[in-house]
Write a protein that binds this ligand. Sequence first.
Ligand code: NAP
Length: 335
Amino acid sequence: MAQTEINRKVVILGSGPAGLTAAIYASRAQLEPIVIDGPQPGGQLTITTDVENYPGFADGIMGPELMNQFRAQAERFGTEILNVWIDSVDLSERPFTLNAKESADSDDITTVIKAETLIISTGASAKWIGVPGEEPAPVGLGGNGVSACATCDGFFFRGKPVVIVGGGDTAMEEAMFLTRFASKVSLMHRRGSFRASKIMQERVFNNEKIDVVWNTEIREILGTKDEGVTGVKIFNNQKNEESIFPTQGVFVAIGHKPNTDLFKGVLEMDETGYLKTEGRTMKTNIPGVFACGDAQDHYYRQAITAAGSGCMAAIDAERFLVEHGEAEKNTETNW
Ligand code: NAP
């Protein structure tokens, strides 16, 4: 099969707030970046509802709408967005090589992308508890009553009781959202206090449709292919008691894992897979490769901090290209 070759000064992997902000800056610096959409174009904000803490939107904005705005702004300055699946990368020499397929399931490399600099903004994906019954159908009940996205699947649980697992802001937000549909939301947490922000906790405590089930771990998700989820086997770790809790849906909201497998053994990362960057810069251990957003930040993980780090990565990439005589100094960034 014929391969297309694309050559760019700046290639950005991932199209969430970090990637698209990097694209806005790089395209305004006339570096003609290309953004590779991931499997979830727009990133995690596309599966959330109201975003109330992104500055500039006094009344809040819906996550997907915010990401449409990011995208339109990047495209306005000439950013090209390509929807392919990156199969492998070679970062051993510059230009770096990215081998792309049409989708994760295809066999052939159809596009080879050569990048003078690479900005990694591949974000993070939902984590799973790892108990029997949670696996995707047909093995388990994933997609058949088990979900990690209330925004995507909440609608299917109209009038039904559901369980949500987690104790962070995501779990609070998803629990609130599920009350629009579910008859009852049982929020199960493995400890006796939440790590979520106070304002989110208060909303949960004040919502009559949400019951908090403390000190409880899910050990198995029960049900059948035909009936879907019928209950969960739970363990109260204070009373040392196992029991069955009837429910018709399970939403897992226990955090995220960075999408950095492509760079294992090549780029420095911590034990969870978050890419390491140097000091206050977005530089990785390979000169010319930069990382930003949730792929690199395990601490703040906010849309606004991801966007800020995307800006920094683009300025770092521009500076790198100027230092290597591959771009002209852009007076606008004024560094
Ligand atoms: P998180 O803060 O890491 O919370 C994950 C929760 O899941 C914790 O309560 C944790 O329990 C629990 N957990 C982890 N592994 C588990 C397992 N195997 N079984 C059962 N429970 C498990 O993740 P997050 O809620 O996704 O939030 C991530 C970041 O995004 C945070 O900085 C948050 O503030 C931000 N965020 C903000 C908003 C907003 O402001 N609107 C919305 C969503 C997320 P322990 O507490 O016991 O560790």
